[in-house]
Design a protein around this ligand. Structure first.
Ligand code: NAP
Length: 464
């Protein structure tokens, strides 16, 4: 895929970028390795100072950075502003909390025959982040903030359609005063990720993206025996039980499916509604989906902008056409509008069956699948039949249902009476084919650290 900024609103190529030459890539790897050798010796307090500066810079530039995100991938300007604000919050969280996460953890020395034992957390070195375009700043930031606070050096291979955002990230950390080459952007195609992964100067990698990309990176990292974290696709269940408030649940369902123009890894994509409230829920959901304003993402009145890429819209259309040809019913949407750009309307489908591709895969656009179920157990049985296990949602006022949901839903995150959201303060990640490892919180930071066990015995003369 060519590295270029292409307007999803018009399809116009706004700027093309040259890939790094082999010599430029080698230079960047050498610089990263050199930076890692000295950066690991900086103190958590020094790093926190630079991260704070990055937060302050970004905060000042909120509006221009938000416009950059909207231009490159079509999210509404309102959503882009929220993304920038979240990045500022993420940076500040790690600046404030990471020094405590990095403290040595004392152990029971005498219990293991030592005068003293403890675990000390040390950086791994150079870490590669392969990132997607859907939250182009936040996805990269939630790697960068903990990685840099941990004393690692970051290399960012961003998605090919968000090069301006990728270059902005490098600039931001440079302007914040980080030592040279501690965070670099690599403008390379995905075909060259293997070379970087296999390079002996690279310690570890994290990939957020699709299942095929994850499989490829995991296989190479496995072959090289390098640590890797994978944040892959999701098709989150959103289960609605009779005790819930339907106004609240339908508002949340619309937000879940249309957030980021329907291109979020988390949040409900499959809606399981108890039969007692199905008719009412579906009526309200369809009306609210149909009332959303689809249009230019720069306009304040727009609810849903275009999909980010032409191929992304083709994929969404193909999922809907396949489902309809096999018996799905379209309650609203389902037709691409007659206008330039990669728009697709909020769409609701019912009568979903296992022979349809969307039953087992992920639809990355504003398309909701609705099932009517007779019990929570039935909802969980269908939900858990999916290969992905990223987030999950239950809407219920019933304690016993909540407990059953938390116990039995196969997902990395279980949200009750609220939409799945990433917060710097709590862990984020999936199970099954949604990947492995965790981002955010202290857990995310420790993924790329050597938890080194230290055991110190008595001196020869018995003194300590
Ligand atoms: P993608 O096509 O997999 O691309 C993601 C990144 O991986 C891009 O930088 C891409 O580079 C690179 N890439 C693609 N194929 C690769 C390969 N074989 N080897 C190495 N790198 C490769 O995914 P996307 O379309 O950008 O993003 C949508 C997917 O990401 C969805 O499935 C979504 O659910 C998932 N996602 C997951 C999370 C999470 O936290 N779990 C968050 C956001 C998105 P190029 O652009 O150059 O191809």
């Amino acid at each position: 895929m060519a590295i270029a900024t292409i307007s999803p609103v018009t399809g116009e190529v706004l700027e093309r970028f040259d890939e790094l030459t082999p010599e430029e890539l080698e230079d960047k790897l050498a610089r990263a390795a050199a930076a890692a050798a000295s950066y690991r010796l900086t103190t958590p307090e020094q790093r926190a100072g630079w991260v704070e500066h990055a937060a302050a810079h970004l905060e000042k530039e909120t509006d221009s950075v938000a416009r950059l995100l909207t231009t490159e991938m079509g999210k509404t300007l309102r959503a882009a502003r929220e993304e920038v604000v979240k990045c500022v919050r993420g940076l500040r969280f790690y600046a404030a909390e990471a020094p405590a996460f990095l403290r040595d953890r004392p152990g029971d020395g005498p219990g293991v025959g030592a005068r003293q034992t403890y675990v000390t957390y040390q950086p791994l070195g150079v870490v590669l982040a392969v990132m997607p375009w859907n939250f182009p700043l936040w996805q990269a930031m939630r790697f960068a903030a903990p990685a840099l606070m941990a004393g690692n050096v970051g290399l960012l291979k961003h998605a090919s359609n968000v090069p301006r955002t990728a270059l902005y990230m490098e600039q931001l950390f440079r302007d914040a005063g980080f030592p040279d080459d501690v965070f670099q952007t690599l403008l390379i195609s995905s075909g060259r990720v293997e070379q970087v992964l296999r390079d002996e100067r690279l310690a570890a990698a994290t990939l957020t993206g699709s299942e095929p990309a994850g499989r490829s990176v995991a296989a190479i990292a496995g072959d090289e025996i390098k640590k890797v974290v994978l944040e892959l696709g999701g098709s989150d269940p959103f289960i609605v039980m009779p005790s819930t408030d339907l106004e609240r649940a339908t508002d949340a369902a619309v937000r879940a499916r249309c957030l980021n123009n329907g291109q979020s890894c988390i949040n409900g994509k499959r809606f399981f509604v108890h039969a007692d409230v199905a008719e009412a829920f579906i009526g309200m959901f369809v009306a609210k989906m149909g009332a959303l304003v689809v249009g230019d993402p720069m306009d304040d009145g727009t609810d849903v902008g275009p999909l980010a890429t032409e191929s992304g819209r083709r994929d969404v259309e193909a999922y809907v056409e396949d489902a309809v040809s096999k018996g799905a019913t379209v309650l609203v949407g389902g037709e691409r509008p007659d206008r330039p750009g990669w728009f697709y309307p909020p769409t609701v489908l019912t009568d979903i069956s296992p022979d349809m591709n969307m039953f087992h895969e992920e639809v990355f656009g504003p398309v909701a699948q609705v099932w009517t179920v007779s019990s929570l157990e039935e909802a969980l049985r269908i939900a858990n039949g999916h290969p992905y296990g990223l987030g999950s949602n239950l809407w219920s006022e019933d304690e016993a249902e909540r407990a059953l949901f938390v116990r039995d839903v196969q997902s990395g995150m279980a949200f009750i009476n609220g939409n799945t959201t990433s917060y710097p303060e709590i862990p984020f990640g999936g199970v099954k084919r949604s990947g492995y490892g965790r981002e955010l919180s202290d857990l995310g930071m420790r993924e790329f650290m050597n938890a080194k066990t230290v055991w110190i015995g008595e001196n020869a003369d018995g003194t300590s």
